[in-house]
Write a protein that binds this ligand. Structure first.
Ligand SMILES: Cc1cc2nc3c(=O)[nH]c(=O)nc-3n(C[C@H](O)[C@H](O)[C@H](O)COP(=O)(O)O)c2cc1C
Ligand code: SF4
Length: 405
């Protein structure tokens, strides 16, 4: 019988998140102590070999991003940012880490800062996450008092200061370049890339941006070693992933699983199967900017490469379970309305396109053939929009057309 495998969430039921002493007893900052005895280049190589990929949605190799940021300039000011905006509908994994084991995230960020040579970092967190903000604020203060943050970290000569910055609830501000604008105090409009943050990020300096869950894997890779980490997961998707399950299953919630587990194992063995009277019809994987799948996906390993081969995405790990009573046109309308609401309006294809898609989705129940026109419009949008938000509606639309029209 399959079971959860916890890395990011390894300590959550063993500690009081408000107590650094509890966290220290459970092994917090052991990875950092190891890191400070190592050469940053050697560590980057380790993280590259680990196969860890970003858990914010895009799955970019973490070690490679560290390498690009470090090598952008060796002596100039560099920054590190944790993306804790967590705006993708159905996603609440980062909140669990921040509220229940804040030192796991802070330790991961200090390790990454040491690796790239940054002396200042920020956690960009959504303003609605009041409890996460309180817990993190206290944890940062405790970490400073205990010498893990601030000047001369653990007597190593390395300095690193960490601060919280609050977002104002814009989905687009979770996109890394828009996040940078917001952090600089500007309106949340996206930047054109290139340059990428690793070259020119916060205040034009090289910046490493990673998701909360991504940072939380770094201490374990150093503590447990490469062989252990790479033994978990599949060929191209190493380690574990936190899935957040919503819908009519017996036990909705968050579960950290080894990459490559199947949807069937996750939903039926771990989440207890469907609620009485409901039948599994499919799922929306990865949130609003995700893909619909049907029951033919039940035995496909949940990994970047296997899902990609079937035109689906893992995204943030959100899984909305669909059943025989799910009103599919209404769900699609809801998603299109979300994109319309979150479009910043800067470019015409997305500003007008998201409005058109929402209007068409409202008629979909009575005119199901509209899905073809919607998909075509979304293709134009994807090709001509300025930023990834305008390229997102095509994902749920195309997969809806394939499996539910
Ligand atoms: C519209 C939009 C919203 C996003 N929101 C988030 C978010 O809330 N959290 C996050 O970590 N990444 C988000 N991303 C992805 C980030 O742009 C970026 O890829 C990520 O922070 C990189 O970290 P990683 O390599 O650790 O995944 C979003 C992307 C887009 C296009
Ligand atoms: S694609 Fe949408 S969200 Fe992105 S810049 Fe254009 S209008 Fe703004």
């Amino acid at each position: 019988m399959i079971a959860e495998k916890r890395i990011s969430l390894a300590r959550i039921e063993k500690i009081n998140a408000d107590s650094i002493d509890d966290s220290l007893k459970a092994g917090a900052y052991n990875g950092l102590k190891k890191a400070l005895t190592m050469n940053p280049e050697e560590m980057i190589e380790k993280f590259e070999k680990s196969g860890l990929r970003g858990r914010g949605g895009a799955g970019f190799p973490t070690g490679l991003k560290q390498k690009f940021t470090r090598s952008s300039c060796l002596d100039c000011e560099k920054y590190i940012i944790c993306n804790a905006d967590e705006g993708e509908p159905g996603t609440f994994k980062d909140r669990v880490i921040m509220e229940r084991d804040p030192h796991m995230l802070i330790e991961g960020m200090i390790i990454a800062a040491y690796v790239i040579g940054a002396s200042r970092g920020f956690i960009y967190i959504r303003g609605e996450y009041q409890r996460s903000i309180e817990v993190l604020q206290k944890a940062i203060e405790d970490s400073n008092k205990n010498g893990f943050l601030g000047e001369n970290v653990l007597g190593s000569g390395f300095n690193f200061n960490l601060e919280l910055r609050l977002g104002a609830g814009s989905y687009l501000c979770g996109e890394e370049l828009t996040l940078l604008e917001s952090l600089e105090g500007k309106r949340g409009y996206p930047r054109i890339k290139p340059p990428f943050p690793a070259q020119k990020g916060l205040w034009e300096s090289p910046t490493l941006i990673n998701n909360v869950e991504t940072f939380s894997h770094l201490p374990a890779i150093l503590n447990e070693g490469l062989d252990w980490y790479t033994s978990l997961g599949t060929e191209e998707s190493k380690g574990t992933k936190i899935f957040t399950i919503t819908g009519r299953v017996q036990k909705p919630g968050f579960y950290e699983m080894e990459m490559g587990c199947t949807l069937r194992e996750l939903l039926f063995d771990i989440a207890g199967g469907m609620k009485d009277g409901y039948e599994f019809k499919g799922a929306l994987l990865g949130g609003a900017a995700g893909t619909f799948v049907d029951e033919s996906f039940l035995d496909i390993p949940l990994a970047y490469e296997t899902l990609k081969a079937r035109g689906a995405t893992l995204g943030s790990g959100a899984i909305l379970v669909l059943d025989q009573e799910t009103d599919m046109p209404s769900l699609l309308h809801n998603l299109m309305d979300f994109f319309k609401h979150e479009s910043c309006g800067k470019c015409v294809p997305c500003r007008v396109g998201t409005t058109m898609l929402t209007e068409m989705a409202a008629k979909l129940k009575n005119e199901p053939e509209l899905i073809h026109k919607m998909t075509k419009e979304a293709h134009y949008m994807a090709e001509t929009s300025l930023c990834p938000l305008g390229q997102s509606p095509i994902l749920p639309l195309k997969s809806y057309r394939e499996y539910y029209s």
